[in-house]
Design a protein. Structure first.
Length: 310
């Protein structure tokens, strides 16, 4: 059992904080990284209650960015935020050597954590996952958050695999996007890995079984509500937490149910006046008229309707 995580369960002290956003990477209309908008967005998210940011994860479109762009965005966000919040760099790849390269880049910047996704497309065995994650963790002293998302990777990380990986001191947390609360409970019962919900709409159920917080996407556009939901649960005010959970349903549907999360988040941030444009890189495209109309309809009946200014 890793000794890096000092406490267990929802009411312990989370390593990376409780509310984190997998931050979009703002692009200019020509598709280049908008460095000014990136720094400003990171600062605003922290100002609005975030404990940390995941930079250049899936929602950050890291897979369509060059390694140099990824390292530059790590640095921009770290410099913008300073010591006010935890910065976790997405360094995952389906190539272990490439992941090690990105890990070195993140370490040069001095980030607070590394997000390492299950290798996608290759579909390695569980022994292969142990080899991949162990090799990355042993190459750095930076704390590692494993990212379990079989919908994208094609395979889950099994409980027995977590138990092996938890023996490594700097593998300390999990972003879980497979919604298997039973498997996660088995891991929580036998390791000190700290779990973060990787499904915005399941934040409350995750907290109920011992997760410490959320790595979200909808949190871009409704950060105060997610902050209040988590804080209410930690303060054992379940009635308030449940009420917020229900009120967030149409917001989460708009941000996660119509188009990919990075596409939706940028579009809604534009509608809120937080981004000048909603440019994404292929193979992503901006919402069609019908998709945008459905998203707007969701939001116009939601608790954040008044934030739409465009």
């Amino acid at each position: 059992m890793s000794q890096s995580a000092n406490t267990q369960g929802t009411f312990g002290e989370p390593i990376f904080g409780r509310l984190l956003t997998a931050m979009v990477t703002p692009f200019s209309q020509d598709g280049s990284v908008d460095e000014k908008a990136t720094a400003e967005l990171a600062t605003r998210l922290i100002d609005r209650g975030h404990d940390g940011l995941i930079v250049c994860g899936t929602t950050g479109e890291y897979s369509t960015m060059t390694d140099e762009e990824n390292e530059r965005v790590f640095r921009i966000v770290k410099e913008a935020v300073g010591d006010r919040a935890k910065i976790v760099a997405g360094v995952g790849s389906n190539d272990t050597a490439h992941t090690l390269h990105l890990t070195k880049a993140a370490d040069r910047v001095g980030v607070d954590g590394l997000l390492v996704v299950t290798p996608y497309y290759n579909k390695p065995t569980q022994s292969g996952l142990v080899g991949h994650f162990s090799t990355v963790a042993q190459s750095t002293d930076t704390p590692v958050m494993l990212y379990d998302i079989p919908g994208r990777a094609g395979i889950p990380i099994q409980p027995d695999t977590y138990k092996v990986l938890a023996e490594l001191d700097n593998i300390v947390a999990v972003k879980d996007a497979k919604a298997d609360l039973g498997a996660a409970s088995e891991v929580m019962a036998s390791t000190d890995l700290q779990y973060y919900s990787g499904d915005d709409g399941l934040t409350l159920p995750w907290l109920s079984i011992g997760a410490v917080g959320l790595v979200g996407v909808t949190t871009h556009v409704a950060p105060e509500l997610f902050r209040k939901l988590i804080d209410s649960f930690v303060e054992k005010d379940l009635e308030t937490a449940q009420s917020i959970h229900r009120n967030l349903v149409p917001v989460i549907r708009a941000a996660m149910g119509r188009v990919p999360g990075c596409v939706a988040a940028k579009e809604i941030l534009k509608w809120q006046g937080e981004l000048e444009n909603s440019t994404v890189r292929l193979p992503h495209v901006e919402p069609t008229e019908a998709e945008a109309a459905a998203m707007r309809a969701d939001l116009q009946q939601s608790v954040i309707a008044s934030t739409l200014i465009k």
